[in-house]
Design a protein around this ligand. Structure first.
Ligand SMILES: [Zn+2]
Length: 133
């Protein structure tokens, strides 16, 4: 049977622009994940079931979901990878290269603020790009 009240996607996105924490979180438990959590729009993958109660981790991954949406999903991954490879050349080590990806800088800086997504500005991640010296 057809749904008589289809979801208004545009209205849904606008609503989420006002309160991005309303974005649905489809949480998938992936025991073989090599990190605690990972955002893969529209999903949040977690290594252990208990992590769904880790508000800071869920907030961190939710920030990535919003970033992914803002960058139309695929360009997010391309920019993320390019930034990582650039950082790897610059710092010569994986962890520092990862922490300095501008998307991660925003997520780590604000993951502890559970209201961050309610007040965050559109494309806020861009302000974390540091021009090369
Ligand atoms: Zn992250």
């Amino acid at each position: 049977m057809l749904n008589k009240d289809p979801v208004n996607v545009y209205g849904f996105l606008m609503m989420n622009h006002l309160d991005q924490t309303l974005m649905p979180k489809f949480i998938i438990y992936v025991p073989f994940l090599n990190v605690a959590g990972m955002a893969l729009f529209p999903f949040i993958l977690i290594k252990e079931k208990r992590y769904r109660h880790d508000e800071v981790l869920m907030n961190h991954e939710s920030i990535h979901l919003v970033q992914q949406l803002e960058f139309f999903i695929l360009p997010f991954y391309i920019l993320y990878l390019i930034n990582y490879l650039f950082n790897l050349l610059k710092y010569g080590e994986h962890y520092k290269a990862y922490l300095n990806i501008f998307f991660e800088k925003e997520a780590y800086l604000h993951e502890g603020d559970l209201d961050y997504l309610k007040k965050r500005k559109f494309w806020a991640a861009l302000s974390f790009i540091k021009p090369p010296k």
